[in-house]
Design a protein around this ligand. Structure first.
Ligand SMILES: Nc1ncnc2c1ncn2[C@@H]1O[C@H](COP(=O)(O)OP(=O)(O)O)[C@@H](O)[C@H]1O
Ligand SMILES: [Mg+2]
Length: 216
């Protein structure tokens, strides 16, 4: 169960200009609102259409945020027919679709040293690599990766999006009803590391994912 009292700080807004403190922000390429697991899978499947060999996606968010669900959508978008399950215990699963998909979950890794055993360099040579809890091993990851941060909307915020897809009244009006449909809402932010020599920005993710765009 996710602790809803622990409200995340709002992420930096698109554009990624340095803050007043001089610390560079992570440029947010797209900010999405999904209204249920299938909606999250649909958005991820759309993202999958622009993935290429060598891509690395780092999925962050609490337990139950929807990281595995998002990866299932990527798998669907890559034309993978196998049921994609959480690799929490197996550490890494591999699927073949339009591209290879390496699905990792490093939640149980005891130390960053163990990531050597993951053979990350080899995985990145062939296919798309998705790492749940990848922020835990950030120091050994290549700089150029897409962060997919999934969280509940902040309490009391009003959220809407331009196109509603099978959502229900709560998402439509943007009213946060914590006893009802809003439990199924997630904010998903796609971002790259500041200064990464990123091809991600060229893929126009905000436009690609416009039906899920969260508007304040
Ligand atoms: N909008 C949503 N997106 C993703 N999952 C959602 C959403 N709303 C509810 N859920 C539920 O949240 C849970 C997400 O689980 P999972 O993907 O395994 O999370 P994680 O891998 O981050 O631990 C599932 O039970 C799913 O049905
Ligand atoms: Mg998971």
């Amino acid at each position: 169960m996710v602790n809803r009292d622990r409200v995340s700080e709002p992420a930096p807004t698109a554009g990624g200009a340095p803050t007043g403190s001089g610390v560079p922000c992570t440029p947010v390429l797209a900010r999405l609102l999904t209204t249920g697991p299938d909606d999250t899978r649909a958005a991820a499947a759309e993202l999958a259409t622009v993935l290429v060999d060598g891509d690395l996606l780092v999925l962050t968010g609490d337990l139950g945020a929807g990281k595995t669900c998002f990866t299932q959508g990527l798998g669907r978008g890559l034309g993978i027919e196998d049921r994609l399950t959480s690799p929490t215990f197996t550490l890494a699963n591999r699927y073949r679709g339009r591209l290879l998909l390496h699905h990792l979950d490093v939640y149980r890794l005891d130390s960053v040293a163990e990531t050597v055993d993951l053979g990350l360099a080899e995985l990145l040579e062939d296919g798309v690599t998705v790492i749940e809890w990848g922020d835990r091993i950030a120091e050994v990851l290549p700089h150029d990766h897409l962060v997919v941060a999934i969280r509940y909307p902040e309490l009391g915020t009003e959220l809407t999006r331009p196109t509603e897809r099978g959502s229900g009244a709560a998402a439509e009006t943007g009213d946060i009803d914590w006893d009802g449909a809003a439990m199924s809402q997630r904010i998903i932010e796609l971002a790259t590391a500041a200064g990464a020599p990123s091809g991600w920005a060229d893929r126009d993710l905000d436009r690609l994912l416009a039906p899920w765009r969260a508007d304040r």
